[in-house]
Design a binder for this molecule. Structure first.
Ligand SMILES: NC(=O)c1ccc[n+]([C@@H]2O[C@H](COP(=O)([O-])OP(=O)(O)OC[C@H]3O[C@@H](n4cnc5c(N)ncnc54)[C@H](O)[C@@H]3O)[C@@H](O)[C@H]2O)c1
Length: 249
């Protein structure tokens, strides 16, 4: 697999799964990768660590809930690297754990703004560039929660189901244009997002995984690499499992 001459935007790439994807893309000769994150300090540090020589990695501060900032993220990518071929909509938040009736409308809105509207803004902003190239690969990082639903995380589960829905619908709109849109549904992956959920929820999630362990960000990055590459050529609109056997559909 090679990403030679390709330019990628990865949201939420300052750490966790996004950062692991950036590292994997660099190992596969990506021409340029944008680490787009609300945490500009962490994104800048990651850029230096991943690309000490500079030139192939650009950290772009962005709050995905703000459409103008998302548009600027895509423009900065094109102005630095001349093109954009790959969009990994990875940034996401779990939100606080709680029963449906205890959660607030503000929490629900925030989770949807980051997990659903952000990726929608980013797809819309990148669309014309992909059309121009006659080529695009979009990978939306959803969650097993969006397929099966996790108790205590209703808004998060709703948002990830929405992201899977967007993947399917948009993929059909652009299926003949060289733009492939897929999503992945990880189960528990060892990253800092887990700090947002209680030990009880974490244990519940692990108990559902036949392999009996959490996954690593690097394992997700391998799947994202394939879905971002030219080798992925006849799959679109699908949600790929990466759950240690939890979901078999
Ligand atoms: N870790 C897991 O167990 C797991 C399981 C299933 C799905 N996922 C999904 O994978 C994705 C990555 O998860 P992770 O575990 O690496 O998370 P993480 O919390 O380690 O990293 C998320 C990154 O997104 C950034 N971010 C948050 N809000 C943002 C915003 N408004 N604008 C721009 N950037 C923002 C954060 O600063 C952070 O760098 C998320 O969408 C998450 O829902 C994770």
């Amino acid at each position: 697999m090679s990403l030679k001459d390709r330019v990628a935007i990865i949201t939420g790439a300052a750490r966790g799964i996004g950062r692991a994807c950036a590292e994997r893309f660099l190992a596969d000769d990506v021409a340029g990768v944008v680490l787009a994150d609300i945490d500009s300090t962490a994104a800048s540090s990651a850029a230096v660590e991943l690309d000490p020589g500079g030139g192939r990695v650009l950290a772009v501060p962005v709050d995905l809930t703000c459409r103008a900032e998302v548009d600027a993220m895509v423009e900065k990518t094109v102005s630095k690297f001349g093109r954009v071929d790959i969009l990994v909509n990875n940034a996401g938040i779990a939100g606080p754990k709680g029963a449906l009736e205890e959660q607030t409308e503000d929490e629900l809105d925030r989770i949807f703004a980051v997990n659903v509207k952000g990726p929608w803004f980013a797809c819309a902003a990148a669309h014309s560039h992909f059309l121009e190239n006659g080529y695009g690969r979009i990978v939306n990082i959803a969650s097993i929660a969006g397929k099966e639903g996790n108790p205590g995380l209703v808004p998060y589960s709703m948002s990830k189901a929405a992201l899977i829905g967007m993947t399917k619908a948009y993929a059909k709109e652009v299926a003949t244009l060289g733009i492939l849109v897929n999503s992945v549904a990880p189960a528990v992956i060892e990253t800092e997002i887990l700090a947002q959920v209680s030990d009880e929820v974490k244990e519940y999630m692990i108990s559902k995984i036949p392999m009996g362990r959490v996954g690593q960000p690097e394992e997700v990055a391998e799947l994202v690499l394939f879905l971002s590459s030219e080798q992925c050529s006849f799959s679109t609109g699908f949600c790929y499992d990466i759950s240690g056997g939890r979901a078999t559909y």
